[in-house]
Design a protein around this ligand. Structure first.
Ligand code: NA7
Length: 891
């Protein structure tokens, strides 16, 4: 149906003549195809672009509906590869209109003389990999067939309009238009009754302008969308000044940012701000008229946490209620079925106020779905609407439609891309697909694409692909193909990234949910533009990791493997630490290391509120020890957990795992008492172990005085604290108490053997190094004492110990001794669960609000503690019973 509305695409099939041979064929002459052609030529390749439309422009050629504009500020939505091009073009508006963007792309085509290698009015009918020739063979509906070494889809993400899916469209006697295939001739709407179906970006941009022309406009809305005012006008002076004062720096910052626009994201989280501070930030963002500002500058948890997100969603709904006079219409326009940003939010000009016009009505399809389109208009479950014009603003078969729906693509061994993708798109880096040699996609599914400034992502993709093709050619390779292992690894990394965002919580074109029957899953890469760029670079740096290259005379190269095995946020943290080029902690001396840790901890996000925090002191093995007690906000008495902090028996104190203790206190609904045990080298072994035992005994005896539930306590600890927790359980068993009902050991030190595989695999690069661990041992325990079970509990007697939950992390030198301890406990008849966290490092779980992927592990830890305490295992969010507005601190 959309094709019928295309005014300018009447391509006539002509018989071909000899096959046209080129190095590279590209489909699409939009932003991506034009730059590809330019880069390929510069790299010395012969190239041909095939384009269905009559001119360049891609999405900006087809989307000519009233009000069509970009929604990233135009100073950022531009090519950056040529500074002379940048100074030769000046944008007239903050958000340029479609005609201006199309003029820009025409200007680029002229400037680099691109049109001579573009075959317009041409569709590829089929693309087939010819293994013998190692070339793609393309048939077209216009002109000669094409044979190319490499085939690149520069087809855009939103270029295959979705069919209307509504019965009776063909019966309608009036005019039908699709926003994604708007005619080139003027569409006269004056005096007509117009229906618009769909309220995504296209509908929201078009509706106010259609309302100004039409006699009456009826908007049929299935899902309300969040829209922010664009406040359009001339380009913003401060942005232009920032760009012009340091163009290279500005562009570079965009390339390494999360969304391709050079703004560092907010670091403060919502619950660190008062209501007034949040409102102030929101009003500033609302006035800025900028999606990226609203999505990244308010508070850091807005895009990753439902509670942080709900705050901004409600502030926007408040604006909608203020703008729309009729409360029922305002309610119908207020989104409440998806988090803000999980579905593409829109930029509008007068959208909500348009519903105050007397000639505009709104139909809520959730209450009265469309049943059919008839000769005279639209029927819903309740009413009939006679109209002269229907505008379908119903969107696209996004991301994959532009690639698979366009023509059959047949790869190695006759595999069809549509079939390979039947259960959802698979790719390596969003650029290539296993089984399809020498085929590339620009901004394909699996790349940041639509979640980024497309201009920045397109340039990065094009540069990467063309540089790879040139390097292959220079090295004598003729084919390149992703391996199945690399592709599977990318799918896992994509899934890990998407657990970090809220996109998975909404039914959108990002997930394929807008097309009936389409496989569902988050299609764009949600890990960010800068991280994605660094991954692509890493693939090259590691010898084209995950690609098989072949050449003449049987030449082959294949470094198989997965490029990212860490959780995405752990990778970010480790890269950030690596960039800081810190001296090794063990080189600082004990006092220097303590000062460093204190400074490091001062810069981390503050922990969440708990009911009460009390500092006190308790008798240790040889004098008083400080403790910090965390009490939940829920009514007590609560079960009590004795907690031992990490720090290699040298660093840290009763406050240094503060975020972890707060988080666990909230999740478990239990009192955590964090103990400040003595450290080496001043107080060597067994001081820490004996303090741990003494503290547990005293806390158990005083549980009721501390407001806790009398009876057995639990012990928990991280790292060296896990060692002390494990040792405490052994001592309590041997010394007649206290009664301990369970032990939570998080990445515990259990043995002095530093030669297990995990020590060798993770000796460096994951924060806790082998060398640091060796130093900790040296500071704490003389070599002759290290096999004492109070230092190496793995060497102790393990029967008769309390049930245990042992957490180990894949990228931790201590992983294997943690696993060994769990196995030994099980062998000794102790009920034990062992949880090996994939992609995590030693510090992942205590970096609360930094390593967001640690949440699910902490949920499991909390559930285990609740089981140990005889409570229902469901862990809690911690907000139950919290008093709004209370600072909850009584330290
Ligand atoms: P979108 O954002 O996919 O919006 C399509 C709209 O059409 C959306 O409101 C849909 O409701 C609605 N729709 C789709 N199919 C139907 C049917 N069958 N009946 C009723 N309503 C329907 O596409 P746009 O063109 O507006 O924007 C695409 C992107 O282009 C945009 O995000 C920018 O990045 C640029 P639903 O939400 O599915 O319930």
């Amino acid at each position: 149906m959309p094709d019928a509305m295309v005014a300018d695409s009447a391509s006539t099939a002509t018989s071909g003549g000899a096959t046209q041979e080129v190095d590279v064929a590209v489909v699409g002459a939009g932003f991506a195809g034009l730059y590809l052609l330019h880069r390929l030529r510069k790299a010395g390749f012969t190239a041909l672009v095939i384009e269905e439309a009559g001119d360049v422009g891609g999405t900006w050629y087809w989307n000519r509906y009233p009000g069509a504009r970009c929604d990233i500020q135009t100073v950022d939505y531009s090519y950056t590869f040529d500074p002379e091009l940048e100074s030769a073009w000046k944008w007239s508006e903050k958000y340029a209109t479609q005609p201006e963007i199309l003029r820009y792309l025409g200007f680029v085509a002229d400037r680099y003389d691109l049109r001579r290698d573009i075959r317009f009015h041409t569709r590829i009918k089929a693309a087939t990999w010819d293994q013998a020739a190692e070339r793609w063979q393309l048939t077209t509906d216009h002109g000669a067939a094409i044979s190319c070494r490499h085939y690149i889809m520069a087809t855009g993400c939103l270029s295959a309009p979705k069919p209307p899916e509504i019965e009776g469209v063909k019966d309608f006697k009036g005019e039908i238009y699709f926003t994604g295939r708007w005619p080139h001739h003027e569409v006269k709407l004056a005096g007509k009754r117009v229906a618009v179906i769909g309220t995504g970006s296209s509908g929201i941009q078009a509706i106010p302008l259609i309302a100004e022309q039409a006699a009456h406009l009826t908007v049929f809305q299935r899902t309300p969308n969040f829209a922010l005012p664009a406040h359009n006008g001339p380009p913003l002076l401060d942005r232009v000044a920032a760009l012009e004062s340091d163009r290279a720096g500005y562009r570079e910052q965009a390339r390494w940012s999360m969304v391709g626009v050079p703004w560092p994201p907010a670091s403060v989280v919502s619950w660190q701000l008062s209501d007034a501070e949040r409102r102030e930030r929101f009003e500033k963002a609302w006035a800025a008229g900028d999606l990226v500002h609203m999505l990244t500058q308010l508070w850091a948890d807005q895009g990753v946490d439902v509670d942080g997100n709900a705050l901004v969603a409600e502030l926007i709904r408040e604006k909608i209620r203020a703008a729309v006079k009729d409360p029922e219409t305002a309610a119908a326009l207020s989104p409440n079925d998806h988090p803000f940003g999980s579905k593409r939010p829109c930029l509008d000009t007068n959208y909500y106020a348009t519903y105050n016009r007397p000639n505009v009505s709104h139909v809520n399809l959730r209450q009265e779905p469309i049943t059919s389109i008839t000769a005279s208009g639209i029927k819903t479950g309740k009413r009939s609407f006679d109209v002269d014009v229907i505008v379908f603003a119903t969107g696209f078969d996004a991301m994959t439609g532009a690639i698979t729906a366009v023509h059959p693509i047949t790869g190695r061994d006759g595999q069809s891309l549509s079939q390979v993708w039947a259960n959802g798109p698979q790719s390596y880096l969003g650029l290539t697909v296993a089984g399809f040699p020498n085929l590339f996609m620009i901004t394909g599914p699996g790349s940041p694409s639509v979640l980024s400034n497309m201009a920045v992502s397109i340039e990065q993709h094009v540069d990467w692909v063309v540089e790879r093709l040139a390097a292959m050619r220079d090295a004598g390779f003729s084919t390149i193909e992703a391996t199945a292992a690399a592709q599977a690894g990318w799918a896992q990394h994509m899934a890990d990234c998407s657990t970090l965002t809220l996109h998975r919580l909404a039914n959108t074109w990002y997930t394929g949910a807008n097309v009936p029957g389409k496989a569902q899953g988050v299609m764009p890469y949600t890990g960010g533009v800068g991280p994605y760029r660094s991954i692509c670079n890493e693939v090259v740096g590691r010898g084209m990791l995950g690609f098989r290259l072949t050449g003449a005379n049987g030449a082959q190269q294949c470094n198989d493997g997965e490029v990212v095995r860490l959780q995405p946020d752990v990778r970010l943290v480790l890269n950030m630490l690596a960039d800081m080029k810190l001296p090794p902690i063990e080189s600082m001396g004990a006092d220097g290391a303590r000062a460093f840790v204190a400074q490091f901890n001062a810069g981390r996000p503050a922990g969440r509120l708990v009911g009460e925090i009390v500092d006190g002191s308790l008798p240790g093995a040889d004098g008083p020890l400080p403790y910090r007690l965390y009490r939940p906000a829920t009514p007590g008495p609560h079960p009590v957990v004795v907690y031992f902090h990490g720090g290699g028996w040298v660093l840290g104190d009763e406050q240094s795992d503060d975020p972890f203790c707060r988080d666990m206190c909230r999740r478990t609904g239990m009192i955590f008492v964090s103990v400040g045990y003595r450290h080496g080298p001043e107080h060597p072994f067994p001081a820490a172990a004996e303090d741990g035992y003494a503290a547990a005994k005293w806390i158990a005896e005083h549980a009721a005085d501390l407001g806790g539930r009398p009876g057995p306590v639990m012990v928990a600890g991280w790292s060296a604290g896990g060692n002390i927790a494990a040792v405490t359980c052994q001592l309590a068993r041997d010394r007649g108490g206290p009664a301990i009902s369970g032990q939570l050991l998080v990445c515990p030190v259990t043995d002095c053997d530093l030669d297990r595989p995990s020590y060798r695999e993770n000796a460096e690069g994951y924060f806790l190094t082998k060398s640091l661990m060796a130093w900790f041992w040296d500071m704490y325990c003389p070599p002759g004492d290290r096999t004492d079970p109070r230092a190496s509990p793995l060497r102790g007697k393990l029967s008769g110990l309390p049930q245990a939950f042992v957490v180990t992390c894949e990228f931790d030198p201590l992983r294997d001794e943690g696993i060994a301890y769990a196995q030994a406990l099980a062998a000794a008849g102790v009920p034990v669960e062992q949880f090996n966290a994939r992609g995590q490092m030693h510090s992942s779980y205590t970096m609360v609000d930094v390593v967001i992927t640690g949440v699910s592990g902490r949920v499991q830890m909390a559930e285990a503690l609740r089981r140990f305490a005889g409570l229902t295992p469901e862990s809690r969010s911690g907000d139950e019973g919290a008093r709004p507005g209370s600072d909850g601190l009584a330290a």
